[in-house]
Design a protein. Sequence first.
Length: 215
Amino acid sequence: MLIKCPNCNAQYEVPNDIIPAAGRDVQCSSCSKTWFVTSLSGKKSTKDKVSKYESLEKGNLSKFETTESFLTDKSNKEVDRDVLEILREEADREIQARLREGDGEDTTKKLSNKKAINKKALPDNIEIGTTLDEAPDTSATIKGPSKSKITSGKIGFITGLVIIVLCWAIYTYDASITQSVPQTAIYIDIFKSYVDYMQIARDDFIKYLIQAIID
């Protein structure tokens, strides 16, 4: 069967069974023109071309290569195969290079992560020495209280004792203090009234407690 491109007049010799009875779309490999061909139209065109091209040798016609969607010349298909083979090799090399590069990056990341973990888990000698030097002496703490605690305890005791003595002196020698410093008379009276009230409350509480015990 002879098929001719309606656009560029390229001719293709195809097997009779390549075109089904219902027809199919074909594409010219020279100009990429697509048209619909039926087995009936293919046969008619072949018969018409037989009388016109009797003198032409059969080898002058391009051989038809069967494909799923288009028609191609054998020479063009060989070139396409070479190009596809080259492209396939280039793609394979690129994929292998990327895989090697990815493996190298993964290995580098794993090593860096491992180093970081080890560095966090185990400090260097300087940090260990500093930590040991700065650690508190637990033996001294177990033996007894520190000097600062003893000093602060003494200061607190002495301060409380001084306040008690001062309050007793103000309550006992209120008249002398008022004569020497008249401005303090009102404050001393308030202080003595508060102390007297606390003494009365104390005496009442003691009496109530004794009575409760007796009863």
